[in-house]
Design a protein around this ligand. Structure first.
Ligand SMILES: Cc1cc2nc3c(=O)[nH]c(=O)nc-3n(C[C@H](O)[C@H](O)[C@H](O)COP(=O)(O)O)c2cc1C
Length: 143
């Protein structure tokens, strides 16, 4: 992930991500990446070919890994009393974000995560969730 703290860079990223003010307000903005070139780079360094990596599955695994890491970081941060907000709109202008962060080809932003200190004066609530009967299916996918 790339950890962005510089106010001017956070402001530019906020502008690219639908002008969300919490990107600028929070002291830390983490951008979680899927690096589709890392394994191939290792193979190249070893003088090997890496055609086996050129499948959609690499993209799925890379995005899944980044999302899992971000979710674990969110749980850890919140256990320490910090507040976090996922920023999916970091993908609204994905090429400009890549340029801003200096990402090489085949490295893409999966999600952003604003990390800061919750304002104790603001009460928050958890949005209603879909009922288990909607999201849990036993044995096969029931309708
Ligand atoms: C994949 C994903 C992308 C999100 N993108 C944004 C975003 O761009 N901006 C934002 O303010 N919140 C974003 N959120 C956060 C949600 O708006 C919401 O705050 C979060 O899911 C917590 O909801 P809860 O309080 O009901 O648990 C995103 C959440 C997820 C899971």
């Amino acid at each position: 992930m790339v950890a962005v703290r510089e106010p001017a860079r956070k402001a530019r990223l906020a502008a690219l991500a639908n002008h969300q003010k919490h990107i600028e307000q929070a002291p830390l903005f983490l951008v979680w990446l899927a690096d589709l070139d890392r394994l191939a780079a290792v193979a190249r360094a070893e003088g090997s070919e890496a055609e086996a990596l050129d499948y959609l599955d690499l993209l799925l695994v890379g995005i899944t890994d980044a999302a899992l890491a971000a979710q674990n970081a969110m749980a850890a941060a919140e256990s320490l009393g910090l507040g976090t907000v996922y920023i999916g709109s970091i993908r609204n202008n994905i090429e400009a974000v890549a340029a801003e962060l200096g990402l090489p080809p085949r490295v893409l932003s999966v999600t952003g995560l604003s990390v800061g200190y919750p304002d104790p004066a603001v009460t928050t609530d958890i949005k209603p969730r879909l009922a288990p009967s909607v999201v849990l299916h036993e044995e096969t996918l029931s309708t």
